[in-house]
Design a protein around this ligand. Structure first.
Ligand SMILES: CC(C)(COP(=O)(O)OP(=O)(O)OC[C@H]1O[C@@H](n2cnc3c(N)ncnc32)[C@H](O)[C@@H]1OP(=O)(O)O)[C@@H](O)C(=O)NCCC(=O)NCCS
Length: 172
């Protein structure tokens, strides 16, 4: 099989901005967690698609806190970047910020690592291009991704065994 050409982190970086509208908020005027989760998945998927140019599914989202509320009328800003590619999976870091349009104050409200898996037309996992890391920060995030992956796969295995009514590993 021909070797896939690697791509840089910068080639797939994404910044998305939306205004928080009343329909996306609770009675206190704070954005709903589910809306933020949807936007995280979208921002992450765009970066993963730009990197891979493949059909993708979301396999997991690591640890998600909502540290500060984002109020109706404020901007919600999502920044995503690919941190590491393994074989068929791509880890993307998504950071969420709120920005006040009157004062310009910007504050990070969440951060998550989302894993996407590339599939072929028959739905089987498929290899993705390597990630070219250049800066010190990119190399550090890349190194740390290995430990995150170990932890996430171990947690997933444990959780599936423990919390699924009947867990049956897939057979191919
Ligand atoms: C994600 C999915 C394709 C993985 O299938 P699988 O049978 O476990 O596939 P494999 O064992 O061959 O693993 C394929 C890759 O997925 C990764 N993977 C599997 N489960 C994972 C998890 N919980 N978290 C992160 N990565 C995971 C594996 O590490 C592997 O990565 P690699 O090739 O880079 O090493 C499958 O579970 C699926 O289709 N899930 C539904 C996805 C979906 O519909 N998402 C939308 C929300 S419902």
């Amino acid at each position: 099989m021909a070797k896939l050409k690697g791509k840089t982190v910068a080639a797939s970086e994404v910044e998305m901005i939306e205004v928080v509208l009343p329909n996306d908020t609770n009675p206190l005027g704070n954005v709903l967690g589910g809306r933020v989760m949807h936007l995280i998945d979208m921002a992450g998927a765009v970066a993963a698609h730009r990197h891979s140019r493949r059909i993708l599914v979301t396999a997991s989202v690591d640890y998600l806190d909502f540290v500060h509320p984002i109020r109706v009328g404020q901007f919600i800003i999502l920044k995503s970047r690919v941190t590491r590619v393994f074989h068929t999976s791509i880890e993307v870091e998504v950071r969420v910020f709120r920005e006040d349009y009157m004062t310009g104050e910007r504050l990070q409200t969440s951060s998550a690592f989302v894993t996407y898996v590339a599939l072929d037309e028959t739905g089987r996992p498929r290899l993705v291009p390597a990630l070219i890391v250049r800066s010190r920060e990119e190399r550090q995030r890349y190194r740390e991704a290995l430990e995150r992956r170990r932890h996430r796969l171990a947690m997933a295995k444990r959780a599936h065994l423990r919390y699924f009514d009947k867990w049956q590993p897939k057979r191919r």
